[in-house]
Design a protein around this ligand. Structure first.
Ligand SMILES: [Zn+2]
Length: 95
């Protein structure tokens, strides 16, 4: 285990949401609560969730990564509400 570069306490491994819907094991400092993640590991994780848009009839579709669906609790047949804000697509569960 490595030590916190900020306060020197021993870091512990925890599963955290490092970006919306993206979970990874990060080293967390029990002292200052700082999270430490290797930058390359972070970029690799982001690349994992890159998806290509494809055409289905007259619509465009994209597959949700299983990890994201599991993290949010989305299942086959669920309703989702899709909107756009600040050039980002927001997908919310719609009960
Ligand atoms: Zn610390």
């Amino acid at each position: 285990m490595s030590k916190c570069p900020e306060c020197g306490k021993t870091l512990k491994l925890e599963k955290r949401e490092i970006s919306p819907g993206v979970y990874s094991n990060v080293e967390v400092c029990p002292g200052c609560e700082e999270e430490w993640l290797d930058e390359n590991e972070y970029e690799e994780l982001r690349a994992l969730f890159k998806r290509k848009v494809f055409r289905v009839g007259g619509s465009l579709a994209v597959r949700l990564p299983k990890e994201i669906a599991d993290a949010i609790g989305i299942n086959d047949g669920d309703n989702l509400r899709i909107s756009a804000k600040d050039h980002k697509i927001i997908i919310e569960t719609a009960p």
